[in-house]
Design a protein around this ligand. Structure first.
Ligand SMILES: Cc1cc2nc3c(=O)[nH]c(=O)nc-3n(C[C@H](O)[C@H](O)[C@H](O)COP(=O)(O)OP(=O)(O)OC[C@H]3O[C@@H](n4cnc5c(N)ncnc54)[C@H](O)[C@@H]3O)c2cc1C
Length: 309
């Protein structure tokens, strides 16, 4: 590996060559990363960014890999994972929680519950990290059974500490952040820490709400299967109302439609399942087919929520 020796000279954290990425995604699909790096701290991360810039190497940050499809040929560059202790700290300050970019959402929810802080219960069952969730503005319909309102992690943010790809650290206040449906202006940074606004709440109430969210997911989603959640964003109707991509796909009769090892879930038509050792190609072929059928049937262009790398 030509540049790896030089990378080792400037990085204290773990470096692995040809790391299979399928084990780092919930889809369990995809080839290897040429180089996998787990920076030890923010100085290490800065050195990696300097290195990729100087050597013109492609890179991306991976969270829990729960919104990713990695191509069969893998990623010809550096994949950065914020798995060290430095990026996984979590603490509270009155009603705020400060969590590192690598902290899993399940850890955030558990920490909030133990500190009797409410407001992030709606994230229960989303298998991402703080960094991935903020970049994607992850969220869900709240009290799904009762009404049709959405809540997203962006609604909780007080400020985010980031590093840009030139290695400059900065704090972005809520007013500098742009969160929209499954998108944010944070994809051009690496998220180091986030300060979230929560509110005092009785632990029993928090627990009940978490249980409700988890049982709703169990009823409506394939949580035991290999998938990456919703493949498509919910499209806007001509009157700017969110339509359900899952409903449109289902209405086209595409549940259980299969291409190779990839199949449309029979439970939630916006999920594609890696059923039988699916290749990324099976998934992308199925995506193309679904888009075409929905366009022909409803004249709606589905856009990907899933990130393909
Ligand atoms: C069963 C299941 C259910 C799901 N349900 C939901 C749901 O209800 N609502 C929802 O919104 N999503 C849902 N998802 C999708 C996914 O869990 C979310 O998008 C999640 O927030 C992605 O986080 P991640 O850490 O896995 O990010 P990854 O998939 O690893 O990465 C996603 C994007 O974020 C970027 N990223 C990751 N970390 C950082 C960082 N530190 N700084 C900057 N960018 C970063 C990556 O480069 C990539 O572009 C579901 C997925 C599954 C498998």
């Amino acid at each position: 590996m030509n540049y790896c020796k030089d990378l080792r000279k400037v990085v204290k954290g773990k470096i692995v060559l040809d790391e299979p990425l399928k084990g780092h995604t919930t889809f369990r699909i995809g080839g290897p990363a040429k180089v996998w790096v787990e920076p030890y701290d923010v100085e290490d991360l800065k050195n990696i960014l300097k290195f990729v810039k100087k050597n013109k190497i492609s890179f991306f940050v991976i969270g829990e890999g729960s919104n990713l499809l990695v191509k069969d040929e893998g990623f010809n560059g550096i994949v950065i994972k914020l798995s060290s202790d430095y990026f996984n700290k979590i603490k509270s300050n009155n009603t705020c929680i400060i969590a590192g970019g690598g902290v899993k959402l399940s850890k955030l929810i558990d920490f909030a519950k133990r500190h009797s802080l409410g407001g992030c219960e709606f994230l229960s069952g989303i298998p991402g990290s703080i960094g991935g969730a903020l970049a994607m503005n992850a969220g869900t319909r709240i009290n799904s059974v009762i009404n049709n309102q959405y809540q997203s992690i962006g609604d909780l943010v007080k400020e985010v500490e980031v590093i840009d790809f030139n290695g400059n650290r900065k704090i972005l206040k809520a007013r500098q952040l742009k969160f929209a449906y499954r998108s944010s202006n944070l994809l051009k940074y690496i998220i180091l820490f986030a300060k979230l606004n929560l509110k005092p709440r009785a632990r029993a109430e928090i627990e009940n709400e978490i249980t409700d969210y988890l049982s709703y997911r169990k009823r409506t989603q394939d949580s035991n299967w290999r998938n990456a959640g919703c493949v498509f964003k919910n499209p806007l109707s001509p009157s700017d109302k969110l339509l359900s991509a899952g409903y449109l796909i289902d209405a086209c009769g595409l549940k259980k439609h299969r291409m190779g090892g990839a199949v449309v879930s029979s439970k939630h038509a916006n999920f594609i399942i890696n059923d039988k050792n699916a290749k990324a190609r099976d998934v992308t072929n199925l995506i193309k087919y679904i888009k075409k059928v929905v366009k022909d049937e409803f004249d709606v262009e589905l856009a990907l929520e899933l990130k393909i790398v």
